[in-house]
Design a protein around this ligand. Structure first.
Ligand SMILES: C[S@@+](CC[C@H](N)C(=O)[O-])C[C@H]1O[C@@H](n2cnc3c(N)ncnc32)[C@H](O)[C@@H]1O
Length: 240
């Protein structure tokens, strides 16, 4: 991994659009409460896990990610918040989660399913849920079928990206029942982009704004400002 890219993405509280209010709103759509077992796939540095642990004081959260430094951060943050005994970090591939069938009441994932593809994620994650268990994940969706070329370029690495109806048809084709969805607010995008922009400015000072990883991140933030009507991040909540 490019060291400047790595530096840009270390020490941030979250690695995708989202905020505490969104996580709590999506959790309400699941209807779950009490001593539930939650698996947070692609948990990154642990923002969603912390919110889930705070919102459900009896729940246990397993955070899974491939990137060990994120897991260390998530574990440290959970311990600092007093949730250390209810959080477990697992370094593994979300395409093949190493858990017995029907181990969880809730499978959660923020901004990460796209990395293995939605269909593969749904197929790999469904057997982990107990009957009646809930699935909640966020994903980028198109709001137009004619995006501006700059917006299209930002999402070129996600060619399977579709609209909300397309995501729902994949969820339902995988055998889940629809519970609800929500669109992430501008505040939720800011929660990710504001700290990222501050980090970017510092790194541009050291490495120059022409560094490819920095130029790409700068463009991503600028395109969001200019073309926010063309794509969104949404949470999708379904039942097994
Ligand atoms: C865009 S980040 C989102 C992180 C976190 N959910 C958040 O909102 O801050 C995607 C995360 O998925 C993880 N990831 C990507 N591919 C993965 C895979 N195949 N298995 C497990 N984790 C993966 C990355 O390491 C990263 O932490």
């Amino acid at each position: 991994m490019d060291p400047v890219f790595r530096e840009l993405h270390s020490g941030l509280d979250r690695e995708a659009p989202g905020d505490e209010a969104t996580t709590r709103a999506a959790l309400r759509l699941t209807g779950l409460s009490g001593p539930v077992d939650i698996l947070d796939l692609g948990c990154g540095p642990g923002a969603s896990a912390l919110t889930l642990l705070a919102a459900l004081p009896e729940a246990r959260v397993t955070g899974l990610d491939l990137h060990a430094p994120f897991l260390e951060t998530a574990g440290r943050r959970a311990a600092e918040a007093g949730f250390g005994d209810r959080f477990t970090a697992v370094e593994a591939d979300m395409a093949a989660p190493p858990f017995p069938l029907a181990s969880f009441d809730l499978v959660w994932s923020e901004g990460a399913a796209y990395s293995i593809g939605l269909e593969a994620a749904l197929a790999a994650w469904k057997p982990l849920l107990r009957p009646g268990g809930r699935l909640a994940f966020s994903d980028a969706v198109w709001l137009t079928d004619r995006p501006d070329p700059r917006a299209a370029a930002i999402w070129a690495e996600y060619p399977a990206m579709t609209d909300a109806a397309g995501v729902w048809s994949r969820i339902e084709a995988a055998g889940f029942a629809r519970l609800g969805d929500l669109v992430l607010s501008d505040a939720a995008w800011d929660d990710y982009y504001r700290p990222l922009a501050a980090r970017l400015a510092a790194l541009e000072g050291r490495h120059g704004a022409g560094h490819p990883a920095l130029r790409e991140a700068r463009e991503e933030i600028a395109v969001r400002r200019a073309h926010s009507g063309e794509y969104a991040y949404m949470f999708f909540v379904a039942a097994r």
